[in-house]
Design a protein around this ligand. Structure first.
Ligand SMILES: *Cc1c(COP(=O)(O)O)cnc(C)c1O
Length: 482
């Protein structure tokens, strides 16, 4: 496809403005003005519209195809939430606009959204207070790891490491490292959850905490959560809940009630912000009562007269992690989503997500090696080992799905599963879409038996075929040739 610079012709325009009749002496000093016009492409409006519409058709998105990427919760997000975020009173607010104490009521609505969203997240998770400041899940983990460090430092307790199961998202060990801790990896047991005995053996009085995803990235709920919590609390360590998979548990159980001390949620996975292409997101962090003093500033407070204020004077706070209101539009979407669904709606969301994942798991069991024998939660993981032995690896299956109009599932993650295919259908796919996806994967499994080479050639219907992905990342050439 040609780029915009190769299209159009001199003189083409979308709009023609009337001749300039402003002051003859321009406001920009002549020394700073360019002498020749910028070499911008000249196009009609229709050419521009077709160009970008054409590009968008080459994309895979939840608006166009089932998008079963595991660990990411790529669900459909209601347009009504987009409209809420785009309301003038939110979208045109400036972060430096004064708060009420300076005499302006203009930010009160925004502060109320922050306050109420925090309150709802507390209700959902059983935490005592949330900060909505962190700008992504990973940022929430880092914030939480710093809260853990501040807690132990306050008690004069020397802690050296954090325990993390081997199925964890890569951001967990990265966040722990950035907060100054060593990472001790705990292997999974044969059932796919953190090995309890290996965990007990790794736990010492120098353990700062445990970071656990639940359900984990294999889509499994750890049945020994309470025992893990008791063990970590016995050494005054903290139990951290990576809530990226909360889409499986809404309205069914609360991390706070399971013994977790702090958690992050991914608003962009669970609560209605589309997040293809890496953003934007929000990773609010919730804590139990005894960790409240360490939360970052600012905090939103409600005064006795019902007005809302940003509060900064918190001596034991870890300080700033992001400016002003965090990723505010993401928070507005989450607030709108929570209001729309309500308690019953949220519970149904999770129930349907879990049901859909189990439908997919049962349909594919005959052709692919399921990693776990029983039921899964919101996602299921298969190993394509059988297909790989025939010459068609997980990557080949993923590329072949693209030719069939489907976004591939996550592949090669979690790391403890060879040739992993990780599928998360979410609650928003209709039964027909689940059939489409599973039929395609069953067809590919049959093809892997018969003609694995055909899979290795995929994708064949896309503008570009197989790329050298390492070179694309390591030897980036972003300069357009003159
Ligand atoms: C997505 C995810 C994260 C990281 O969240 P980001 O918003 O992408 O930084 C952490 N843990 C798990 C289990 C995840 O799925």
């Amino acid at each position: 496809m040609r780029v915009l610079y190769e299209k159009g012709a001199p003189g083409r325009r979308a709009v023609r403005l009337p001749p300039f009749d402003g002051p003859t002496e321009p406001a920009i000093p002549s020394a700073l003005r360019r002498e020749t016009p910028a070499a911008l492409p000249e196009l009609s409006e229709l050419e521009v519209v077709r160009h970008f519409t054409g590009l968008s058709h080459r994309n895979f998105s939840i608006d166009t195809h089932p998008y079963p990427l595991g660990s990411c919760t790529m669900k459909y997000n209601p347009r009504a939430c987009e409209q809420a975020a785009a309301l003038e009173g939110f979208a045109e607010l400036h972060p430096l606009w004064p708060q009420l104490r300076h005499g302006s009521p203009l930010t009160q609505g925004a502060l109320e959204v922050l306050y109420e969203t925090g309150r709802l997240l507390c209700e959902i998770t059983g935490m005592a207070e949330f900060t909505l400041q962190p700008l992504a899940g990973a940022h929430g983990e880092f914030t939480a790891a710093r809260i853990m460090a501040a807690y132990h430092a306050d008690r004069g307790s020397k802690r050296t490491h954090i325990l993390i199961p081997d199925s964890a998202h890569g951001t967990n060990p990265a966040s722990a490292r950035l907060a100054g801790y060593d990472v001790v990896t705990v292997p999974s047991d044969t059932g796919g959850v953190m090995d309890f005995d290996r965990f007990r053996a790794a736990l010492t009085p120098e353990t700062a905490g445990v970071m656990l995803t639940c359900p984990n990235t294999l889509g499994l709920f750890n049945p020994r959560i309470r025992e893990i919590a008791d063990a970590i609390h016995a050494v005054d360590g903290l139990f951290y809940y990576d809530g990226a998979n909360l889409n499986a548990l809404l309205g069914r159980c609360k991390p706070g009630a399971m013994g977790f001390d702090l958690c992050h949620l991914n608003l962009h996975k669970t609560f209605a912000t589309p997040h293809g292409g890496g953003g934007p997101g929000a990773g609010p962090v919730g804590v139990v009562e005894r960790l409240r003093p360490y939360l970052p500033v600012s905090r939103v407070r409600k005064a006795p007269d019902g007005t809302f204020h940003l509060h900064y004077d918190e001596p034991r706070s870890i300080g700033y992690v992001a400016p002003f209101y965090g990723n505010f539009a993401v928070i507005v979407r989450a607030f709108a989503y929570l209001q729309m669904l309500g308690r019953e709606g949220l519970r149904e969301t999770s129930d349907m997500a879990v049901l859909a994942a189990n439908v997919v798991q049962e349909r594919l069991r005959a052709a692919y090696e399921a990693v776990t024998p029983g039921r899964c939660m919101h996602e299921c993981v298969f190993s394509a080992r059988r297909q790989a032995a025939k010459g068609a690896r997980a990557l080949d299956l993923a590329k072949a799905l693209i030719d069939r109009g489907l976004h591939p599932p996550t592949v090669y993650f979690p790391l403890n599963v060879p040739e992993a295919l990780m599928i998360e259908p979410t609650e928003t796919e209709a039964p027909e879409s689940l059939t489409l996806l599973t039929d395609a994967l069953l067809e590919l499994a049959a093809l892997a038996e018969r003609d694995p080479d055909a899979l290795r050639r995929a994708p064949e219907t896309t503008p570009v075929g197989r790329l050298d992905e390492v070179a694309a990342a390591r030897e980036m050439n972003l300069v357009w040739p003159d």
